[in-house]
Design a protein around this ligand. Structure first.
Ligand SMILES: C[S@@+](CC[C@H](N)C(=O)[O-])C[C@H]1O[C@@H](n2cnc3c(N)ncnc32)[C@H](O)[C@@H]1O
Length: 282
């Protein structure tokens, strides 16, 4: 299936500049920076190599919406966003100069200040490397941690609560491996419940990257950590994203997280400030 064209202000700014400069052709990315193609410009708009035409007013709308990514459909553009009746949450794909992030009711699900979602993902993965064997990823989101873990792991099981998030991920060029890599198994459900169904000691690594405490309290509970401890193999490691460990709220949350992880059985809990989280060892 042909991949849709997905654009943000970072891509269309080059086309608008080329128009101002009176150029007839310019290179822009049709997939949020992953690749480049040459588009032709005329008085009415731009044309992509495979024929898709976009009028200037659509490009101007994208330029005026720096918080949104847009998918091109039938010669016009649509914001990549959706409301979920299931969770009563509003999701949207927010661009950065690099990989986009997911906004859940306005809150970014990756770090974007002084870094970008891709670099953020690499920091998380690095804390539990080598990422080998069978990996559990408790919160799929845009699938960045699952995709990165699957580069070296045998298999990655990833769980997402809200199917609407996966609809957004499907349109995100940076999430495509989530749907194409046979090593990644996707589950829809509440991690709190799904984890209870796994066998004891069945994972070598766990990536726990939940939304902030106020959006998913259960995923920070001792009861949940006990389940993570149970399904982790001896010698296994868990990365738990917490937030900025140097901030006041981060300091408070991490103290409680570390205490509950130890109460759940983890023998050692190490702070990893660069990754905004902790690593717990079984
Ligand atoms: C911080 S994002 C995960 C980002 C992801 N690791 C990535 O690399 O793109 C958190 C995700 O957890 C999902 N979520 C929230 N509560 C959950 C639950 N109880 N079980 C599974 N997923 C949940 C949210 O819908 C959101 O997509």
């Amino acid at each position: 299936m042909e991949r849709p064209i997905v654009l943000s202000c970072f891509q269309v700014e080059q086309a608008l500049k080329a128009r101002r400069d009176g150029l007839a052709r310019v290179q822009i990315s049709p997939d949020l920076g992953l690749s480049m193609v040459a588009v032709t410009l005329d008085a009415d708009g731009i044309r992509f190599p495979q024929g898709t035409f976009l009028p200037w007013r659509e490009l101007e709308w994208i330029m005026a919406s720096p918080q949104s990514c847009f998918v091109v459909e039938d010669g016009s553009v649509r914001k990549i966003q959706a409301f979920s009746e299931e969770t009563n949450r509003f999701y949207s794909l927010m661009p950065t100069e690099w990989a986009p992030t997911l906004l859940v009711s306005g809150v970014p699900m990756h770090r974007i200040k002084d870094t970008d979602p891709h670099a953020d993902t690499l920091e998380k993965i690095k804390t539990i490397s080598p990422v080998v064997g069978r990996v559990l990823d408790t919160a799929t989101g845009l699938g960045y941690t699952a995709i990165e873990a699957a580069r070296t792991a045998e298999q990655v099981i990833t769980i997402e609560l809200d199917p609407t998030v996966l609809e957004i991920a499907r349109l995100n060029p940076w999430s495509q491996e989530l749907f194409e890599n046979p090593k990644i198994v996707q589950l829809i459900g509440d991690s709190f419940e799904e984890v209870q169904k796994f066998e004891e000691a069945s994972f070598t690594r766990i990536i726990h990257d939940p939304p902030m405490f106020s959006l998913a309290g259960d995923l920070y509970s001792e009861a949940f950590y006990r389940e993570l401890f149970r399904v982790l193999a001896p010698g296994g490691r868990l990365f738990h994203y917490v937030g900025d460990l140097e901030s006041r709220s981060g300091r408070n949350v991490v103290r409680g997280v570390a205490r509950r992880l130890q109460a759940a059985g983890f023998r050692r809990v190490v702070r990893r400030p660069r990754a905004f989280g902790v690593v717990a060892y079984k």
